[in-house]
Design a protein around this ligand. Sequence first.
Ligand code: NAD
Ligand code: UGA
Length: 512
Amino acid sequence: RNLSVKDVCFIGAGYVGGPTAAVLALHNPAVTVEVVDRDPHRIQQWKSPHLPVHEPGLDALVRAVRKDSEEETQSASQRQQNLVFSCESARALAKADIIFMAVNTPTKMFGVGAGCATNMTAFDGAMRDVATYAKAGAIIVEKSTVPGGTADRVRKMLAASRPGVPFEVLSNPEFLAEGSAIENLTTPDRVLIGSAATPSGRQAARTLASLYTAWVPSDRILETNTWSSELAKLVANAMLAQRISSINSISAICERTGAEVDQVAKAIGLDARIGPQFLKAGLGFGGSCFRKDIASLAYLAESLGLDDVAEYWRQVNTMNERQRDRFAHKVISRFDGNLVGHKLAILGFAFKKNTGDTRESLAADVIRVLLEERPSEIAIFDPFCRADDIMRELKTVCPDVSERDVVKIHTDPYLACSQAHAILVVTDCDQFRNTPGKKPIWTHNSNFVQSCAADCTDCRAHSTRPTTEAIEWPRIAYNMVEPKWVFDGRGLLDVAELEKLGVRVDSVGRRT
Ligand code: NAD
Ligand code: UGA
């Protein structure tokens, strides 16, 4: 039973706001969930058949709960239709009982704390809208990942701009991982709610909890104070990232000895106190969150005068950068320092499998190093990324790059790899595996959606093709050019099987 919540508003229709709002709407049919964003294009995409975010299960979920236009509503009145996307924040905020702040909080790149602190421009801008339009008694929820102490700061800001008006500010960080967002939201390990240690603060926490208990067992809902909740989010990401940097540091040792990193990871992961997750060695962690959240944690420690604590956590990021640098330089050294006249194919550009998110792509950094060696071509294939997202991300690390010269983006893996001297597996997509017997089905290639007309209202043709299976490595290997190197940056490939096809394989964390 939700405690008299009728209207919920999410500010920020991104990777977190959209999927979280959809799951909340599904399980609370009596609540209207409106997602607002300042970017009209993004809102248009959420209303269209081609959502701006690729997540397994998301399309079907949004179709099930999204409110359609009036004509469509007539024919689909059986559906729930309590999820709304719009740019009308003033109206949506004015009626909301609960407001989730789900805007981006990247690293600040200017002024005090540049490169470490959190850039709160978007968050504070959205908060100004909340302060202007929210109704008295609204509960404001930090869903974005924010620096510790933000709830206290927001409370003071609201007290100054709306004196005497009661608001409660909660911290409710999100722990979903991209590529498994719907699964994570549907069966979360925990839901964390931080509140003020006052009767009204606790009451607000109970009200928010009542939305979650519609589908989350109440023993998975953890209540803390707001500082603990804010800090726990940063620490959860830092600890996960730390495991990746730790195993990657061991992969460097393995590459110079006879040990194999996957065997080491398995052996240590069987210790119940260590556990098997997040011990997959690779190119390091990419994505929009781990690096920036560690930077934020280190900045917090530094601002508290805890320089050794800050340095400890910064090392996790440093190790991470070195890992992909080491990989790129290994490729160069396999070609005796000369990539001129060689074609390299990159399999995977997103920061991990099952997502089209190119933010802080590992591939972009690797390509930046390789481009300095002037190869004849770098061909990129990713099953989920759009070409314009790839180019945008690439330009953030190589501003001069242009698709017309060396870099080419393909929608067909066989074309990307044809006549390549080397193939680099950069993303852990199951489609790139060569394990015999495992043939995952490709569901939806968003590259094809790009060619869809802007006013397309029926995407069935696009969403069903190509239903390609795992790539056929014999075909890829046959069309390569000597010296036929395959660099497995994710420890994804069965090396012995691949070598049977006449290619040389260099895999992370193994001596070749
Ligand atoms: P995103 O960039 O995909 O989405 C943020 C959205 O907020 C954008 O669409 C932007 O236009 C909108 N926005 C910014 N300012 C606005 C304003 N004033 N009014 C209305 N809309 C505004 O970001 P994201 O990946 O969804 O991340 C959001 C937050 O969640 C971040 O703090 C992030 O650290 C955290 N988080 C992200 C993930 C993830 O997997 N991406 C997981 C957990 C937590
Ligand atoms: C991560 C956390 O897992 C989420 O709990 C958190 O909510 C989110 O950050 C966030 O705050 O944004 P995400 O970055 O989406 O989620 O994806 P992960 O699965 O954590 O992977 C991050 C990176 O680490 C990827 O590049 C992935 O390939 C890499 N990774 C992951 C490894 O190299 N090895 C591993 O064992 C696991």
